[in-house]
Design a protein around this ligand. Structure first.
Ligand code: IMP
Ligand code: MG
Length: 172
């Protein structure tokens, strides 16, 4: 596999720290619950919450979408049903990347039905050029072009989630 580094570990660290600071400010005095979407956002979430300096509860939700390797089919399923009572919480949905937006939109609507106090979204990467679903992102890290990327939680095939930087997967 050929790769080209897009975002270095240092650039990611600086951005995540900045996002954590903003979230800490915005949610001061609120009852923040981060709901992190597995598996892609596990590393981003782990770093982000360590830059949140107010009390924060953390839950995980797993989604799956069927389709070819590099393309989301648009049909998103919630793999792990979520039973938490959310009416007391200010929920922040955290994902690794917003591509077509179908994943975030599906989860957003699913969580909205649980009637949280408030609901916002956060993603490290945004590929706006491929958007299909209408969804607002309240906190976004980097806007990227229509490239397939991996590293820092994002996978290519089964691998590269542990790569500390984000790279573009290039054709051989
Ligand atoms: P969406 O439903 O099309 O917005 O896709 C979102 C999900 O697809 C993300 O949570 C990722 O897991 C995955 N995904 C989208 N683009 C990429 C990519 O470039 N690399 C790795 N995974 C991606
Ligand atoms: Mg994902």
């Amino acid at each position: 596999m050929k790769q080209q580094v897009l975002i270095t570990a240092d650039e990611i660290a600086a951005k995540v720290e900045e996002m954590g600071a903003r979230i800490s400010q915005d949610y001061h005095g609120k009852n923040l619950l981060v709901i992190s979407l597995l598996r892609g956002s596990f590393i981003f979430t782990a770093d982000l919450v360590r830059h949140i300096h107010i009390p924060v509860a953390i839950e995980f939700l797993q989604t799956s979408s069927y389709g070819a390797e590099k393309v989301s089919s648009g049909q998103v399923n919630i793999v792990t049903p979520f039973n938490k009572e959310l009416s007391q919480y200010d929920v922040l949905l955290v994902d690794d990347i917003l591509d077509t937006g179908c994943t975030m939109k599906t989860v957003y609507e699913y969580i909205q039905k649980c009637k949280p106090k408030s609901l916002k979204t956060c993603t490290l990467l945004d590929k706006p050029s491929r958007r299909v679903a209408e969804i607002e992102v309240d906190y976004k890290g980097f806007i990227i072009e229509d490239r397939f990327v991996a590293g820092y939680g994002l996978n290519y095939g089964e691998h590269y989630r542990n790569t500390p930087y984000i790279f573009e997967v290039l054709p051989e």
